[in-house]
Ligand binder design. Structure first.
Ligand SMILES: NC(=O)C1=CN([C@@H]2O[C@H](COP(=O)(O)OP(=O)(O)OC[C@H]3O[C@@H](n4cnc5c(N)ncnc54)[C@H](O)[C@@H]3O)[C@@H](O)[C@H]2O)C=CC1
Ligand SMILES: O=C(O)[C@H]1O[C@H](OP(=O)(O)OP(=O)(O)OC[C@H]2O[C@@H](n3ccc(=O)[nH]c3=O)[C@H](O)[C@@H]2O)[C@H](O)[C@@H](O)[C@@H]1O
Length: 446
């Protein structure tokens, strides 16, 4: 059995480590963050990811999943090392590769046998060859080093499910033996495997994220147009999605894409293009549309009220999407800043992400532990993230607790039939506003 070590135990490294252990491998997850490792050693996941805790516990108990912050310990006897460290955006939009190259140095310094280095981190074209150079430059003995680009396609919030039910596993390698080994390691997942060159694998990752981001900005542009001409984006998306060539997924109009990947990867691909003298105008527009879309709710609220000064806004859902505690590039950040600039007050609620949100939202934002408390205090309700609890409760609670219920829905959570059942003025994205006269507050009966 091969020893697998994973450098970086974040959203990708931890899920990858746990899932590789689940299919029978002996896995050591390494992270420099000692607090993270302390928690993990106690069996506590530092991230919220449905289904992860259970798999983590069972594999730790079986003895094939280990956590350490000791780089030498993790790498000394490794046969295969995955790099799953962050590649965050730099100020100019390009990917920061310092963590990746530091990991490559660590591998070179610490391995004591031949090794296959597998890059999971999303890295620009040509980076895998640079990783190979760095590992080789730091080697302490005459060991063979092979590089494999194995980009990750999991989504946060369904990462464990995606690992076992993904559409494909991409293995980019120059060495057939290294590609075969990584194929063998992944075989138990039972997913289609696509072997490619290293450059193609690197490009597949960026192209996939850029395409999905393009689909979202496209539907958001059609939503903006729909508002102007009187069509309904939910009906339009359904209608075009039925065409198998288009597909119905990633056609939900709303307040745009956030998260740790689409924003940074689209910007990085623009920079990758610039470096080879190509002006990727389509992708630049995708980014621009998305930046505008993020504050669409504030614009609509301003148009509706004239001024937002002194208005108390219940901000429902803070994470960049449901079922995650990740706040990276969440729409709630841009919306909060804009609302505060307009003189509004913010009462924020999220079922899971409040602790992370407190670290990144402006200090003026007030947080509540119950959705009821946010809506009771509000003049206006904004749905920012479509958590199940929020979708189930926002409409009914607004109608019960607010004197003049008005709900701005950034995720188009309700059908027209649902909205019509409640005396709530409803303004969403790409749809006709629905005006209602408010009934008297029935809060006591809730
Ligand atoms: N988050 C996601 O859903 C997905 C992320 N990716 C890509 O995967 C990569 C990782 O992303 P995340 O897991 O979100 O990042 P993250 O920020 O959650 O985790 C990275 C971890 O690496 C650790 N680290 C950094 N340098 C280290 C070193 N030399 N030794 C040991 N640990 C080190 C950090 O302490 C951190 O815990 C990025 O390139 C990202 O673009 C790809 C697909 C999905
Ligand atoms: O490279 C990555 O990190 C990952 O990025 C995305 O995954 P993730 O960011 O976790 O979440 P998505 O479900 O793709 O949503 C991203 C953003 O787009 C928004 N979105 C998504 C779909 C849609 O129809 N409309 C829409 O606005 C979501 O609200 C969210 O803000 C990709 O879906 C993954 O395949 C990829 O591995």
């Amino acid at each position: 059995m091969k020893n697998i070590s994973i450098i970086g135990t974040g959203y990708v490294g931890l899920v990858t480590g746990v899932c590789l252990a689940e299919i029978g491998h002996n896995v050591t997850c390494l992270d420099l963050d000692k607090k993270k490792i302390e928690l993990l050693t106690l069996g506590v996941s530092p991230i919220y990811e449905p289904g992860l805790d259970e798999l983590m516990a069972s594999n730790m108990e079986r003895g094939n999943l280990h956590f350490t912050s000791d780089t030498m310990m993790a790498l000394r006897v490794a046969d295969v090392v995955y790099i799953a460290v962050g590649t965050p955006q730099q100020e100019d939009g390009s990917a920061n590769l310092s963590y990746v190259f530091k990991a490559a140095q660590d591998i070179g310094r610490n391995i004591t046998r031949d090794v296959v280095v597998v890059t999971k981190s999303t890295v620009p074209l040509g980076t895998n060859y640079k990783i190979e150079e760095v590992v080789k430059a730091y080697l302490q003995g005459n060991y063979r080093v092979d590089i494999v680009s194995n980009p990750e396609f999991l989504r946060e919030g369904s990462a464990v499910h995606d690992s076992f039910h993904g559409d494909r596993i991409v293995i980019g390698a120059d060495s057939p033996a290294a590609a075969d080994l990584i194929e063998e390691i992944n075989q138990p997942f039972g997913l289609p495997i696509l072997k490619t060159s290293i450059s193609s694998a690197e490009m597949i990752k960026y192209a996939a994220n850029a395409f999905l981001a393009t689909k979202i900005s496209f539907i958001n542009e059609i939503a903006t147009l729909s508002e102007k001409v009187g069509s309904d984006i939910v009906e339009v998306a359904k209608g075009i999605g039925k065409d198998a060539r288009i597909g119905s997924k990633f056609l939900d109009a709303g307040i745009g894409f956030g998260g740790s990947c689409f924003p940074k990867d689209t910007r990085a691909l623009v920079k990758i293009s610039e470096a080879v003298d190509h002006d990727f105008r389509l992708l630049k527009s995708v980014i621009e549309i998305n930046d505008r879309q993020k504050t669409a709710l504030v614009k609509k609220a301003k148009e509706r009220f004239g001024s937002l000064k002194g208005k108390r806004v219940a901000l429902l859902g803070l994470a960049f999407k449901p079922n995650t505690d990740d706040m990276r590039e969440a729409a709630s950040i841009s919306i909060s800043k804009r609302l505060l600039e307009e003189g509004a007050e913010i009462i924020a609620y999220d079922p899971i992400a409040i602790e992370n949100a407190k670290k990144v939202l402006p200090p003026e934002v007030q947080f509540v532990e119950q959705i009821e408390d946010a809506i009771k205090k509000a003049d206006v309700v904004f749905i920012v993230t479509e958590w199940e609890e929020i979708v189930n409760k926002a409409l009914i609670l607004s109608s019960l607790f607010m004197e003049k219920p008005i709900l701005f829905d950034g995720r188009n959570c309700y059908t027209e039939e649902e909205i019509k059942q409640y005396p709530v003025e409803y303004i969403a994205i790409g749809r006709k506003p629905i005006k209602k006269t408010a009934s008297l507050s029935a809060a006591a009966s809730y």
